[in-house]
Design a binder for this molecule. Structure first.
Ligand SMILES: [Cu+2]
Length: 147
């Protein structure tokens, strides 16, 4: 019901924008992979970095890039583009004998980020700041260098 309402609204919007009629008989669920532009997202912040600072994406169970430099005072944006759930958590991961042990430093923890959500943190002081995903600490790590 709700999905149909969204489709109708989208259809109406397209009609206004393009003047084209919306065919209803030839669709093969083309909206499954089309970008969703309806404003139905809830609390997730905007995906672009309003500060102009670097953006790290979370995709395929990896941070990209894993090493980021910025000027002290700058803000890093992490954007969760993966189908899985990840976190951005400050701290190190110790890898010994095939075991990954997370050592959170308590500076920040995004909590669970689902697809499309973003997280931001500003690095006020110069330094080297490792971070990791608390769900996949063995493979998802990165480091911010603020200068
Ligand atoms: Cu993860």
């Amino acid at each position: 019901m709700n999905r149909n309402a969204i489709r109708l609204a989208t259809c109406a919007a397209l009609l206004v924008l393009t003047g084209a009629a919306c065919a209803s008989g030839d669709e093969t669920d083309s909206d499954a992979d089309a970008p969703q532009t309806s404003g139905t997202e809830t609390a997730s912040p905007v995906s672009s970095a309003p500060t102009g600072g670097p953006t790290i994406t979370l995709n395929l169970i990896a941070f990209k890039p894993t090493d980021v430099q910025l000027a002290a005072g700058g803000t890093v944006t992490w954007r969760q583009d993966d189908v899985a759930t990840h976190t951005v958590t400050s701290g190190r991961v110790e890898q010994t004998g095939g075991t990954a042990t997370a050592k959170p430093d308590g500076q920040f923890d995004s909590g669970s980020l689902t697809t499309g959500q973003t997280f931001q943190f500003s690095y006020a002081e110069p330094g080297t700041y490792p971070f990791y995903c608390a769900i996949h600490p063995a493979t998802m790590t990165g480091v911010i260098t603020a200068t």
